[in-house]
Design a protein around this ligand. Structure first.
Ligand SMILES: Nc1ncnc2c1ncn2[C@@H]1O[C@H](COP(=O)(O)OP(=O)(O)OP(=O)(O)O)[C@@H](O)[C@H]1O
Ligand SMILES: [Mg+2]
Length: 332
């Protein structure tokens, strides 16, 4: 991907991370402040409507456990989403270094994820790609959710597109291909996968088996796999096992909800670390997410690196359909 060396007063530096569809670079503002800049190449893989949706959602979602949006820029070839820099890296790397977390550490992390996800759901947004790589850790240990590239405002209609990442995606998202699913329940499943990973240091199900349910299985054998089918390491406490059984329940209608998780003994055992320190009501109402996204295409001279002209201005921001363009991070 060709990236400009400067954009809108920011100098673009080293790569911090790379996902499937974007490169995230460190940026330095003229005033000396450091940021992270997500560079998304415009084109058929990343349609503008989809990028606008990501911007609209990360702009609207403001919470201590969500990576804050700063601003964005659009050029002819790329979109640059400027975010606050989270310097502690991905939760993935921390877990890899530790092997696994003890239960108090896992609970502290998990509780913050629950906070962030609950906030999104109250704002009418499901994330749809919760995984260790999309959770960053600040230097003070605060956990922050990022990457709203797959997110969807479910108050506009239930999601049905198969998106997410294999091993984290809920079984109903994959098995009921093309049918509506509950985005909140599928986020809860992914939270369960994360909790299992944090405490066990490995994935709960075999590769290729989504929630232990493999494509092509008969309904009867699927039934057998509805619950209780992940490996329980000997160091798991009874409370932890019971919480995970409730979350990693293949039937979304019987799966624990966020409220159930909050009320669970394992979660409450860390009351001091899992207590809310801010109001449960989202400060930015969902309507905020409807605001049009600024889409001024600027031209960047790569040698001088300065904005030289305004080419086009499009203030309309047509509401997108559920994007069935392709399956992005393809599952199975
Ligand atoms: N604000 C940030 N501060 C520090 N590092 C970041 C920040 N945002 C992202 N990163 C790093 O870049 C990686 C990729 O970022 P992100 O998940 O937003 O992009 P992506 O996976 O390419 O997105 P998409 O799935 O929408 O294509 C992250 O996993 C992380 O390592
Ligand atoms: Mg990502």
């Amino acid at each position: 991907m060709s990236t400009d060396s400067r954009i809108g007063g920011y100098r673009i530096g080293r790569e911090l991370g790379k996902g499937g569809f974007a490169s995230v670079r460190q940026g330095m503002h003229e005033d000396g402040s450091a940021v992270a800049i997500k560079v998304i190449e415009r084109g058929s893989l990343n349609p503008d409507d989809q990028i606008r949706r990501e911007i609209r959602l990360c702009k609207a979602l403001r919470h201590p456990n969500i990576v804050p949006y700063v601003t964005h820029f659009v050029t002819e070839s790329n979109v640059y989403i400027v975010q606050e820099l989270v310097e502690g890296g991905e939760l993935y790397d921390q877990l890899e270094a530790a092997g696994r977390f003890d239960q108090p550490r896992a609970r502290k992390c998990f509780a913050q994820l629950v906070e962030g996800v609950e906030y999104c759901h109250r704002a009418g947004v499901c994330h749809r790609d919760l995984k260790l790589e999309n959770v960053l850790v600040a230097t003070d240990g605060t956990v922050k959710i990022t990457d709203f590239g797959f997110s969807k405002q479910f108050t506009n209609g239930s999601p049905k597109t198969v998106v997410g990442t294999a091993l984290y995606v809920a079984p109903e998202v994959v098995l009921r291909d093309g049918m509506e699913y509950n985005g909140e329940a599928s986020d809860v499943w992914s939270l369960g996968i994360i909790l299992y990973l944090l405490t066990a240091g490995r994935f709960p199900f075999n590769r290729g088996h989504i929630g232990g349910v493999a494509p092509g299985m008969t309904l009867r054998s699927k039934e057998k796999f509805r619950n209780d089918n992940f490996r329980v390491p000997s160091h798991f406490s009874e409370d932890l096992t019971s919480l995970l059984r409730g979350i990693l329940c293949a039937d979304p209608t019987r799966r624990l909800t966020i409220a159930d998780i909050r009320a669970h003994r394992w979660f409450r055992a860390g009351e001091a670390t899992t207590r809310r320190d801010h109001p449960a009501t989202p400060p930015s109402p969902p309507e905020h997410a409807e605001e049009p996204v600024e889409w001024t295409v600027i031209s960047v001279a790569s040698d001088v690196g300065e904005e030289v002209a305004q080419l086009d201005f499009d203030s309309t921001d047509d509401e997108e359909e559920e994007w069935d363009v392709e399956f992005r991070s393809l599952v199975i």
